[in-house]
Design a protein around this ligand. Structure first.
Ligand code: SF4
Length: 263
């Protein structure tokens, strides 16, 4: 029987499965993951240490492609899904198709609530996210955050492809941290990877990647909200480029500022 996360007897060690709950457990897993030598070991550690459903949300971007390759190659039973906002580049859908064909493993496609999208577009217009930051946040909320929260409901762990190098806001991303809001352990198994390490992994494992990466798009989101970047620009400068730098996250990976300041 699965114990609840608040069960004081749930005291797993590195050799025993740990349960989903609590910042202490997340800290212990963070330490174990930081000592693990490679992605395969880290993913197997996650599978062995977390009891319950572990979800992996892929954007089909290059980081997530590497993580998915690791998951698929190891045959790990994670719940892999992607959010279809309805506004992706055609190349993103082609990459999704090529990926499932390459690994012979399906990726669950999660859609936003149709009525919520209709109401949003009726209120703000089809390109309303360019008119005001509030509109953009509403659009990300309806098309991404709510579907994500729905897909993660009941999960014990959530794997992402976040890397510390990606932006100043991600500079302190840990390997594992307790997400009290979602009531799960958030896991970032390639948090410490450099771009060079990532590209080497992709090349040596012949992982399919979105062709837009080679056209100046290091970070690929929705088509109307992503542009290619120029030499010297921040990796995420092409996302919502009409807004100020501060707070340029879609809400999927927001981290508490106090925690980042303390890290
Ligand atoms: S990235 Fe743009 S189109 Fe996509 S959900 Fe956010 S505001 Fe909407």
């Amino acid at each position: 029987m699965t114990r609840s996360s608040s069960d004081p007897q749930s005291t797993g060690t590195a050799s025993q499965p740990v349960l989903s709950g609590g910042p202490e457990r997340a800290a212990s897993l963070d330490e174990a993951l930081s000592a693990a030598p490679d992605l395969d070991t880290r993913l197997r550690l996650i599978a062995g240490q977390i009891e319950g459903r572990v979800a992996f949300s892929t954007s089909v971007g290059i980081e997530d492609q590497a993580v998915f390759a690791g998951i698929a190659s190891a045959g790990l039973p994670f719940d892999v899904f992607t959010l279809d906002t309805g506004r992706h580049f055609p190349e993103t859908y082609e990459t999704l198709e090529a990926t499932t064909a390459r690994y012979g493993r399906s990726i669950r496609v999660v859609f936003p609530d149709a009525q919520e999208v209709e109401a949003l577009v009726a209120r703000d217009g089809i390109m309303g996210f360019r008119q005001a930051v509030e509109n953009r946040i509403s659009c990300c909320d309806v098309r991404k955050v709510r579907p994500l929260n729905k897909a993660l409901a009941g999960a014990a762990g959530w794997i992402t492809g976040l890397r510390r190098e990606q932006s100043a806001g991600r500079a302190h991303v840990p390997f594992a941290e307790w997400d009290a809001k979602l009531n799960l352990v958030k896991l970032n198994p390639i948090a410490d990877w450099s771009l060079e390490t990532l590209e080497q992994y992709i090349e040596s494992n012949t992982v399919p990647v979105n062709p837009l990466h080679a056209q100046g798009f290091p970070s690929i989101g929705c088509q109307p909200c992503t542009r290619a970047i120029r030499a010297g620009e921040d990796i995420r400068a092409g996302r919502w480029w009409w807004e100020n730098e501060e707070g340029k996250e879609c809400g999927l990976h927001n981290r508490p500022k106090v925690k980042e300041a303390a890290a």
